[in-house]
Ligand binder design. Structure first.
Ligand SMILES: Cc1cc2nc3c(=O)[nH]c(=O)nc-3n(C[C@H](O)[C@H](O)[C@H](O)COP(=O)(O)OP(=O)(O)OC[C@H]3O[C@@H](n4cnc5c(N)ncnc54)[C@H](O)[C@@H]3O)c2cc1C
Length: 445
């Protein structure tokens, strides 16, 4: 607490999954030592993970009311949009003309989703006009079934894009088409060197047969450059495709008053602290960490919550962000659970690897959204089901390793911007850490 009687005023700006995990984790770690206000431009939390199932009538996204959640967690809700921060005066300014004071500010305002390949169907950009992406994909499937199109390419535009939804879309589309007796050519074109490469070898070995069984042709090491009439341009040539489907790229939503990296994202260290701003933290897609995924956003939020709790006198050894990748891959049959750590673990299984088996595996947000809001979230966080022997324990350098792994992936694709961004993010995570010479000396093709 800032003085003997007053709780620390924590302002969370952003109403996505990182904002939810922060709210829950702060309640667990700091209890009544913090007075939390959640500032969100949206009245509802709408996780995107299940939207890939929508085109195939297999359920879809569900929304949750922020009014209900904040009431439940004894937090104040402000529906408005943050437009600027005055860190000297510790005030944020909103679109609606509010001035909201804070003791600690956490940015969890996410990023913008934009179309990376003009001419492709993007799943799903923020500025899409016309029918939504699920509807547009349904229309493409109908065209193929009717015989008006015979080839599809599912293209991953960047090594930093969370790739899992593209594999889900390809697998579910292929299942749908094969069920209708279609022998259309379906390709998955990716700059990865193996399928879902971030998850390691076990994932690649488990995903390949799924693609083969649905006759999805896998083209790795191929970075899509653009869509032309009738196909997809890649460095080595041209891939025929009547339709190209891709995933949105991430673009920063800049917040005036805060430091940003070369792409406009907020640089943070391993505890989510914003460089040079002692009272400001950030978590999730708003940060410069180059891999943007809901589960990782939650893990960043947990590290921030522990760091804030420590400043409020609750606990004194906050754990840093040590990423564990968890993915529940929707297939037409049983989902495939994937888990990996940069320090070596790679597990794939049709049995759940965490419980509850939430698609966005937040330590507190997963159980909170999966069950009817457990009253005592502290006693029922997400449980790890992977036997410890299967993986090495998490290491403090895991986040840096993952950022450097992505820097390498960008370098291999000749993408200098992506390479520099990932290196910059690695440096921000721990400015004192020595970077491996190989990362700094890698030559772009
Ligand atoms: C199709 C698809 C499938 C996916 N599948 C998975 C999956 O299976 N598992 C997984 O872990 N991840 C998945 N992801 C990724 C995941 O959805 C994102 O990484 C995650 O939502 C990022 O969370 P966030 O809270 O950082 O940002 P967001 O979810 O973008 O939330 C930020 C929120 O902040 C609010 N906001 C924005 N600007 C302001 C402002 N100026 N002031 C106040 N509030 C503001 C808005 O309400 C916005 O919703 C998927 C993504 C897509 C697109």
């Amino acid at each position: 607490m800032t003085d003997a009687d007053q709780p620390t005023r924590v302002l969370i700006a952003g109403g996505g999954i990182a904002g939810l995990e922060l709210l829950l984790a702060l309640r667990v770690f700091a209890g009544s030592r913090v007075a939390i206000t959640l500032l969100s431009s949206d009245a509802e939390l709408a996780p995107r993970a299940m939207t890939v199932a929508e085109p195939f009538g297999r359920g879809g996204g569900r929304s949750f009311s922020w009014t209900d959640i904040t009431r439940d967690q004894n937090a104040k809700l402000v529906i408005d949009r943050l437009v600027a921060v005055d860190t000297a005066a510790t005030i944020v300014f909103t679109h609606g003309g509010r001035r909201v004071p804070y003791d600690i500010l956490v940015l969890a305002s996410g990023a913008r989703r934009v179309a990376p390949l003009a001419g492709a169907l993007t799943f799903a950009s923020d500025d899409a006009s016309g029918p939504g992406a699920p509807e547009a994909l349904r229309a493409i499937v109908a065209r193929v079934v009717a015989g008006d199109a015979s080839s599809l390419a599912f293209a991953l535009a960047s090594p930093s894009t969370w790739p899992l939804p593209l594999y889900e879309l390809a697998l579910l589309t292929a299942h749908e088409l094969r069920e209708h007796g279609s022998d259309a050519t379906i390709r998955l074109v990716t700059p990865e060197d193996r399928p879902l490469g971030l998850f390691g070898q076990a994932a690649a070995d488990a995903v390949r047969p799924l693609l083969d069984a649905r006759e999805v042709e896998l083209m790795t090491g191929a970075r899509p450059l653009g869509v032309l009439d009738g196909g997809l341009r890649v460095p080595d040539g041209f891939i025929d495709a009547d339709h190209v489907v891709t995933l949105a790229a991430i673009e920063a939503r800049t917040v005036p008053g805060l430091p940003v990296d070369r792409a406009g994202f907020i640089p943070v260290d391993l505890h989510g602290r914003v460089s040079g701003e002692p009272d400001v933290y950030a978590a999730g897609e708003a940060t410069s960490f180059p891999l943007r995924q809901g589960g990782l956003a939650c893990q960043q939020a947990d590290a921030v919550a522990e760091a804030i709790a420590a400043t409020c006198g609750a606990g004194n050894d906050p754990r840093p962000f040590r990423p564990v990748l968890r993915g529940r891959l929707l297939t037409s049959g049983a989902p495939l659970y994937l888990q990996s750590r940069p320090s070596g673990q790679s597990v794939a299984s049709t049995r759940a690897l965490w419980s509850p088996p939430a698609k966005v595996a937040g330590r507190f947000a997963g159980p909170y959204l999966a069950t009817a809001r457990p009253g005592r979230i502290a006693s029922a966080p997400l449980a790890e089901l992977v036997p410890t022997a299967a993986g090495s324990p998490p290491e403090d350098r895991d986040a840096i390793s993952l950022a450097l792994q992505l820097a390498d992936a960008h370098a291999r694709q000749g993408d200098a911007e992506g390479w520099l961004q990932a290196l910059e993010a690695a440096r921000a995570l721990d400015p004192a850490a020595a970077m491996p010479r190989s990362a700094m000396e890698v030559r772009l093709p």
